[in-house]
Design a binder for this molecule. Structure first.
Ligand code: GUE
Length: 291
């Protein structure tokens, strides 16, 4: 039985349609959701992703500001730029493209973003709220993965989920969010002994380690769901994931392709977070309280 390919592109389109409707409703109330993307340096991959975010934003009728600065930008200048964006009523979401040049401390930059505008969901207040299950802006890639599972009626409740990779951007948050959904979660990483012992027991395996085609059918029990968060280039320079896609097709029940799986969901959830933040702002203005 060949695995069902999870179509992240199709699901992301559905989410963007819903976002577009919410933008229209906000515009009728005089609010145009605004996203500010800050790019320091001229890393070509980052520039592609940032332009993609901008294009999507505008296609959905939102305001999209791109602030681009030279690699040599001083940390203090970046922090004051963020401060201005925090206080700009026309900006509802702030995303500072990572990685930053090594002379800038990423944690200080993330801490400087108003949690109300933290559309990456990286701020400790956002992360803390997510871990305790309190309403908050959720990290885009993990939230996109949850939406893919929902779309294909893959219910994580009571399922054994094995997450490989423990980054603050994907591995750690996606495991916490699935725990919130009553999954049994195992976090694996570079120091895990006998990885296959864990992954072969998994109903759902999520791979986010940045190693091309790392996971294969020997790691899986038949029928496992495979979510590939990798973004690598293979020997021919072609985009590929952390999963040996061809090899797992006959063993997995579902698999996400790269490209066309988790990636488009990351963008769609960023758009949703921006609209959510604008709606929260409206609620706050009406009731005087923060959501
Ligand atoms: N503060 C911050 N937030 C981020 O969310 C963030 C970041 N920094 N730095 C870089 C990574 C990377 N990232 C991607 C998002 C979508 C695709 C995406 O749409 N990928 C397409 C393929 C795109 C292509 O063809 O290259 C796909 O997988 O189908 C890729 C990469 C967000 N990032």
């Amino acid at each position: 039985m060949t695995a069902t390919v999870i179509d992240g592109k199709a699901v992301s389109l559905k989410i963007k349609e819903q976002v577009q409707m919410r933008v229209e409703t906000l515009k009728q109330q005089g609010v145009v959701p605004g996203l500010a993307v800050v790019l320091v340096g001229d890393n070509s991959a980052s520039l592609t992703y940032v332009k993609n975010k901008q294009k999507t934003c505008e296609a959905l009728g939102m305001r999209s500001d791109l602030l681009q600065f030279p690699e040599s930008m001083a940390e203090a200048d970046l922090l004051s730029t963020i401060d201005k964006l925090n206080n700009d009523p026309g900006i509802h979401g702030i995303l500072v493209q990572l990685p930053l040049p090594s002379h800038i401390d990423e944690f200080s930059v993330i801490m400087a973003i108003d949690p109300q505008k933290d559309v990456d969901g990286f701020h400790p207040v956002s992360v803390g709220n997510m871990v305790i299950g309190h309403e908050t802006l959720l990290p885009c890639t993990p939230h996109g993965i949850i939406k893919l599972l929902e779309h294909y009626d893959i219910n994580p409740e009571g399922q054994h989920v094995v997450v490989i990779g423990r980054s603050n951007i994907v591995g750690k948050p996606v495991g916490q969010m699935l725990l919130q959904k009553n999954a049994t979660v195992t976090f694996c990483h570079s120091k895990t002994q006998d990885l296959a012992k864990h992954t072969k027991q998994a109903d759902i395996v999520i791979v986010a380690i940045g190693v091309a085609k790392f996971l294969n059918s020997k790691h899986l029990k038949p029928g496992a769901v495979v979510i590939d968060v990798g973004m690598n280039r293979d020997e021919k320079g072609k985009l590929c994931g952390d999963v040996d896609y061809e090899d797992v097709l006959e063993t997995a029940s579902f698999v996400t392709p790269v490209p066309g799986g988790v990636g488009p969901m990351t963008i769609a959830m960023l758009m949703e977070n921006t609209v959510q933040s604008a709606e929260n702002g409206l609620t706050k203005d009406k009731t005087g309280t923060t959501m």
